[in-house]
Write a protein that binds this ligand. Structure first.
Ligand code: DOR
Ligand code: ZN
Length: 399
């Protein structure tokens, strides 16, 4: 099987260039201007941007245990439609991913059901040290604050134990948060949690990654206290506590949306950020009415971040680094995150001129609502190729 992608502006070697890409047996085999090659299938990408498949390091696929919210089939389709060929799933299922057996169960389910590749962050408790050794995961997730479900550390000594036991070259993802209802106190206490976790990681020489930074201070504190990578979710760049008045219960998320002036500061802090992560946290409208926290994000993330490019806030080169190259590097995902010979044939093709309006009813995620409902955007994922197979073409699934 071979696929030729012709005529687009492809992101190769750190810049956009007019080059064709040949994928053979799932792997990128040739790159060059006007390749003189025949292939089983040809995609014409004229006027489009050709990007390495996007990678989202923070999603909640909800399977097993909460498949009425999302499962690997619907979540995988939401990912592909959003341009993501690889996602990393979080462990806070009703029965969390804190044992080797649970991890293997998830790997099996994802393999059967998901169109995109799924990798898994392994959960931590105050006493699952032996299971972590047994499972030998590539990354850990540590909850130092309330999430959906009960997964979090309670004993202050556990953090250091996890740091000490885990290989120093593998990332530990930190959820830092506070449950204080007062907005100012919530921000202040969140920063306290970050400071503490980062300074300890500096001492134990661990590689840490800060999940969903929600203020510029979160980022600077994390980076001042340790060598730390940081992700930001699109909702902290586009929504603030002012939007909660209109969103009501649908505006609830951990960490909470911050004041408008903090959101604007966050936009100016984008140069400090290492990657974009959706924190795709699907809940049904009914669960939202009952107080569930979290937003779906897989199918709006690219459009929103591209909107920052359209508005001169972010460079397109940075977009690709933040949404593909850097997540691959941070999480050690070999052979992904770049268009390069020998790398996986995972490609996201974008029409930068396509105008569209966010409509959750058209989305593939189960939750059928979005905090960005009705937002007008320009730039949309047009075609997605995974392992040389065209899965999505002209805004529709091939199968
Ligand atoms: O708002 C959130 N929702 N924050 C989290 O940390 C977890 C997520 C979820 O799983 O629903
Ligand atoms: Zn999350």
């Amino acid at each position: 099987m071979s696929l030729l992608i012709r005529g687009g502006k492809a992101f190769i070697g750190g810049k956009f260039v007019e080059k064709d890409i040949l994928i053979e047996n799932g792997i990128i085999s040739k790159i060059g201007p006007s390749l003189d090659t025949k292939a089983d299938e040809t995609l014409h990408a004229d006027n489009f941007l050709v990007l390495p498949g996007l990678i989202d390091p923070h999603v909640h696929m909800r399977e097993p245990g909460a498949t009425y919210k999302e499962d690997f089939y619907t979540g995988g389709r939401a990912a592909i439609a959003g341009g993501f060929t690889t996602v990393m799933d979080m462990p806070n299922n009703p029965v969390p991913t804190i044992t080797k057996e649970r991890l293997e169960e998830k790997i099996g389910l994802a393999k059967q059901k998901s169109l995109c590749d799924v990798l898994f962050h392994f959960g931590t408790t105050d006493n699952n040290f032996d299971e972590i050794k047994k499972a030998d995961p590539q990354s850990l997730k540590i909850y130092l604050g309330k999430t959906t479900g009960d997964l979090m550390l309670h004993n202050p000594a556990s953090l250091e134990m996890h740091y000490k036991n885990f290989p120093k070259n593998r990332p530990i993802v930190l959820h830092c948060g506070s449950s204080d209802p007062d907005p100012q106190e919530n921000m202040r206490k969140t920063i306290g949690v970050i400071k503490n976790a980062a300074s300890l990681a500096k001492k134990t020489k661990n590689k840490i990654h800060l999940a969903h930074a929600s203020t510029k201070n979160d980022i600077t504190v994390a980076k001042n206290y340790a060598k730390c990578t940081v992700e930001v979710a699109p909702h902290y760049l586009f929504l603030s506590s002012e939007n909660v008045e209109k969103l009501g219960v649908f505006g609830k998320v951990y960490p909470p949306l911050r004041p408008e002036q903090k959101r604007i500061m966050m936009l100016s802090a984008l140069e400090l950020v290492d990657c974009i992560a959706t924190d795709h946290a699907p809940h049904t409208p009914e669960d939202k009415e009952n107080g569930a926290a979290g937003f779906p994000g897989l199918e709006t993330s690219f459009g929103l971040i591209f909107d920052l490019c359209n508005n001169g806030i972010l460079d397109k080169i940075r977009l690709v680094q933040l949404m593909s190259e850097n997540p691959a590097k941070i999480f050690g995902i070999n052979n992904k995150g770049m268009i390069k010979t020998g790398y996986m044939g995972d490609i996201t093709i974008v029409d930068p001129k396509k105008e569209w309006v966010v409509d959750a009813l058209e989305m593939h995620s189960k939750c059928k609502w979005s905090p960005f409902q009705g937002k007008r955007l320009k730039g949309k994922v047009h075609t997605v190729v995974k392992g040389g197979n065209v899965l999505y073409r002209e805004y529709e699934f091939v199968n």
